[in-house]
Design a protein around this ligand. Structure first.
Ligand code: FDM
Ligand code: MG
Length: 215
């Protein structure tokens, strides 16, 4: 038998195509968890505040072509540069709610269809990062997301590309993901998110071991 692990925070990740409502739902989750006295931090990837994150931000905002592998590895490096802090917070009992993570890294790059940048390669460079306890996948038809305000401002916000990203998410998701209908009312979605997130927070507090990518 394995020894019981120490109490820790949970790692909860929101995924989905652009404009599907991840920011709204991750905010709602953080607020409700806080109101229940759960120690929680809200992060997003890419983290544009670091030097690597600023390079990513430049890439997303200008049309200049850059090597796709180099760009992919910037997104990955942006997670690894936060790895120790993530592990420290989780071990200290803080739950982390992430707006995008490695799953975006795989889905968006694999959607480009560059031969050697397939999903297997993309997953391989994430190895060593903590795995999410819960991935909340917000499913929305790309046409509907594209019709939302603000769509089209950034590099990947093109309907054709978003369709390919949605296909990659479909291929990537497994039975442990919570797939939600992101076209429902925010409050209804939030109730479903809470129903799945709370047990994960409780499991983590009881010392359920943290997983590792790529499992
Ligand atoms: N994105 C995000 C990637 O291509 N790879 C990644 O690893 C991550 C985390 O960056 F189009 C894409 C997804 C999106 C863009 O993200 C900016 P936000 O969440 O829309 O700011
Ligand atoms: Mg976006």
């Amino acid at each position: 038998a394995t020894a019981p692990c120490a109490p820790r925070g949970a790692l909860i990740v929101f995924e989905g195509i652009d404009r599907c409502g991840k920011s709204t739902q991750s905010n709602m989750l953080v607020n409700t968890l806080r109101s229940r006295r759960v120690n929680v931090e809200h992060w997003r990837f890419p983290d544009r505040s670091t030097k690597i994150g600023q390079k990513i931000d430049d890439y997303l905002h200008n049309g200049v072509q850059q090597d796709d592998t180099a760009v992919h590895l910037l997104f990955t490096a942006n997670r690894f540069e936060k790895r120790n802090e993530m592990l420290r917070l989780l071990a200290g009992g803080t739950t982390l709610v992430l707006d995008r993570y490695s799953y975006s890294g795989v889905a968006y790059t694999a959607a480009k269809g560059v031969p050697h940048l397939d999903s297997e390669y993309c997953r391989s460079v994430e190895v060593g990062l903590p795995a999410a306890d819960l991935v909340v996948f917000m499913a929305m038809p790309p046409e509907q997301a594209a019709a939302r305000g603000g769509f089209g401002a950034e590099r990947y916000e093109k309907l054709d590309f978003q369709r390919k990203v949605a296909q990659q998410y479909e291929a990537l998701k497994d039975s442990h993901w919570l797939t939600l209908d992101a076209t429902l009312q925010p409050e209804l979605i939030h109730q479903q998110v809470m129903g799945a997130a709370l047990p994960m927070v409780e499991n983590a507090a009881r010392g359920a071991p943290l997983g590792r990518l790529w499992d």
